[in-house]
Design a protein around this ligand. Structure first.
Ligand code: 13P
Ligand code: SF4
Length: 402
């Protein structure tokens, strides 16, 4: 987020001109500057994020070390070594759409996968490799380990966290959950293994709507944590009775409504694609709301030639690969109320690089470990999610599924 700047800022261009430059493609690069990230804002009694915690999350984001820039020759040498190590160690690379394009490409070239968090979990669970290397953030590595205890799960940097995960500490969540024994507790995948162990269901943005509809139709009331925007969207769409935690994603929370309206006015022929972790007023401007996978499918399948995209800019690599002739614009993160001119990239996803990926394969360091009692509880809520998603055709069937 704060590590990326849009080319043009340095050239003294205004927001509108910078967005025009983005019409040309994936025009962002690291700038190394450290701007301020706004503190979490909260609005309900039970689920407020204390200021001290919000400050801690802010400090974590600001200090997250971005993977270093590398020249082409260095990249080629690293890629060759990583490929060799993956084969030698019977390892598979599973990458999220938000990580560096080099890692996404490498995952595909080596028989791994590039996916949203739901598909990442499913892929790791169905692939026979003995080691899963997860390029993403920590909850994704933990999910892989919970589902595959017999496998070694490595990550380029274990400090790659998530503001939603950090904003939902297990003690506070368990206390809240205990107040409502009559409600089913749903947690977003962007939580710790401990929080998943206290919940009844795990959901991702790729299946939350379907799971909440299913539970609502059965007459259940729910608790929802931690993303308030995703929770609000799901509650609006389904009419379900959901008490909501007030966490947020510090990347998606930065998309600006007025600036987006201005951009839409400039490009009335563009379809607007929004990840539901974005603020309600931004979601309301969308033609398509959905997980990273849903947004990618929209670019590929809709007949339109131009799209405005409100999610992490890492997604452009896959969108451009699948729809090279389409024009993609990043939704504005600057404008009124902005504290950051260079957002739309997760500071923790940006920690993943070729160098630290090779290092973990060389050293075996950064292995995910989960307490077995926690794991056995957490797998119940994750298994529920995967079984439902496979049954609904949201992901491919697993081993032993019919
Ligand atoms: P997806 O589940 O859509 O991949 O999103 C994960 C995430 O962290 C979005 O910020
Ligand atoms: Fe978490 Fe937001 Fe980063 Fe996704 S983009 S990992 S929700 S901080």
């Amino acid at each position: 987020m704060h590590k990326f700047s849009i080319i043009g800022k340095e050239r003294g261009l205004d927001n509108r001109a910078r967005n025009d430059i983005l019409l040309l493609g994936f025009a962002i690069r690291t700038c190394g500057s450290r701007c301020k990230i706004p503190l979490m804002k909260t609005n309900t009694q039970h689920t407020e994020i204390p200021l001290s915690l919000a400050s801690r999350i802010q400090a974590l984001a600001v200090s997250a070390p971005t993977a270093p820039w590398l020249g082409d020759a260095e990249k080629a040498a690293l890629r060759a070594q990583i490929k060799q190590r993956l084969i030698e160690q019977d390892a598979v690379l599973v990458a999220h759409y938000y990580v560096d394009a080099d890692l996404q490409a490498l995952a595909e070239e080596t028989g791994g996968c590039v996916a949203d968090s739901l598909e990442m979990a499913n892929f790791g669970n169905t692939h026979p490799a003995k080691t899963i290397v997860v390029a993403g953030v920590r909850f994704m590595g933990e999910t892989a380990k919970i589902l595959n205890p017999e496998k070694r799960v490595l990550m380029p940097d274990l400090r790659a966290t998530c503001s939603l995960d950090e904003g939902c500490p297990v003690d506070a969540f368990a206390q809240w959950r205990a107040q409502y024994p009559d409600r089913i507790a749903l947690v977003y995948a962007n939580t710790s293994a401990e929080v998943k162990a206290v919940a009844d269901w795990v959901v991702t943005s790729g299946n939350a709507l379907q799971i909440v509809r299913h539970l609502h139709a059965q007459g259940h009331k729910m608790l929802w944590a931690p993303d308030r925007h995703l929770g609000n969207w799901i509650a609006r769409e389904t009419g379900a009775d959901m008490l909501r935690w007030q966490g947020h994603c510090l990347v998606h929370d930065e998309f600006k409504t007025q600036a987006l309206e201005d951009l839409i006015a400039l490009h009335p022929d563009a379809k607007v694609l929004v990840h539901p972790e974005s603020p309600e007023s931004v979601v309301k401007l969308a033609h398509v709301v959905g997980s990273t996978k849903v947004l990618i499918n929209a670019v590929q399948q809709l007949p339109d030639a131009k799209f405005i995209v409100a999610t992490d800019a890492g997604i452009f690599w896959k969108m451009q690969q699948l729809a090279p002739n389409k024009t993609l614009l990043i939704a504005p993160t600057s404008g009124e109320g902005a504290t950051c001119q260079s957002c739309a990239h997760c500071p923790w996803m940006a920690m993943n690089g070729l160098q630290n990926l090779l290092q973990v394969l060389q050293t075996g360091k950064n292995e995910i470990e989960i307490d077995e009692v926690v794991r056995q509880r957490a797998i119940m809520s994750l298994d529920r999610m995967l079984a439902f998603s496979r049954q609904q055709g949201l992901v491919a069937k697993g081993r032993g599924d019919r």
